[in-house]
Ligand binder design. Structure first.
Ligand code: ADP
Ligand code: NI
Length: 224
């Protein structure tokens, strides 16, 4: 089969993913994928990682998320393989992309998610940066709304999941997600460039949480 040039393969993959995610409302929209793509590409350039593999993996990292495929962690790598094979990509390239998609996902505060390659580090960092800061706050509540969850319930404490299975089955209020995942992400980034971006986003989330709890408890009413 005719092997497409790298630029051509990236352009076609971006068009394929954009079309597939055009009407997605759970936080896994094309805008998220696009931000991860641009972030991962910037980190790959800064780190001297392979940009073709990084960009393809970033574009395909949420193509068939386990959360929407009955918990099947292989659905994503399988869908990425099918697409890249249909485009005539080499088996070596496809295998590298599959590996990154397997490694990118967060699996619980107590579960290590090491990356095996600089390309995986760039994609994982870009994906995690998009889960923190103002966009991270918006995505968390969009996801919680999609799942019909409460914003907050102080009677349900957050859990530090120590296995992926436990994390997968969590169904708590959205504020808990900050303590179960989002506030841990900054410390788990790999690249220096992503860490620099994360500082401001992390501080913003902390400020958001402090203000949210202030309003929840009526501490800002100030009407004695
Ligand atoms: P990513 O796309 O960064 O890999 P996920 O697929 O885990 O992240 O989730 C997509 C978005 O939905 C992220 O912003 C994430 O924080 C949010 N999300 C995932 N699980 C929950 C949850 N239990 N409560 C609230 N938000 C969640
Ligand atoms: Ni993602």
């Amino acid at each position: 089969m005719h092997l497409p040039a790298p630029e051509e393969l990236i352009t076609r993959t971006a068009a394929f993913v954009e079309e597939k995610f055009a009407s997605e409302g759970s936080g896994h929209d094309w805008a998220h994928i696009r931000r991860v793509w641009l972030g991962a590409r910037a980190f790959a350039k800064a780190e001297g990682a392979d940009t073709l593999v990084t960009e393809l993996a970033a574009l395909l990292h949420d193509i068939a998320d386990w959360k929407f495929h009955g918990g099947d962690e292989e659905a994503g790598p399988r869908a990425a393989r099918a697409w890249l094979a249909s485009q005539g990509a080499s088996d070596e390239l496809i295998t590298r992309v599959e590996m990154i998609i397997r490694e990118v996902s967060f699996k619980g505060a107590g579960v290590a998610t090491p990356v095996g390659t600089p390309e995986a580090a760039c994609v994982q960092d870009a994906d995690r940066l998009d889960a923190i800061g103002a966009i991270g706050v918006a995505r968390a509540f969009a996801y919680g709304g999609h799942k019909g969850r409460a914003l907050h319930d102080p009677s349900i404490p957050p859990v530090q999941h120590s296995t992926f299975a436990e994390y997968k089955n969590n169904g708590g209020p959205t504020i808990n997600h900050f303590y179960e995942k989002l506030l841990h992400l900054r410390e788990r980034l790999h690249t220096a460039a992503a860490r620099r971006v994360a500082d401001e986003r992390h501080a913003f989330m902390e400020q958001f949480l402090a203000q949210f709890l202030r309003e929840w408890e009526g501490r800002d009413l100030d009407c004695e």
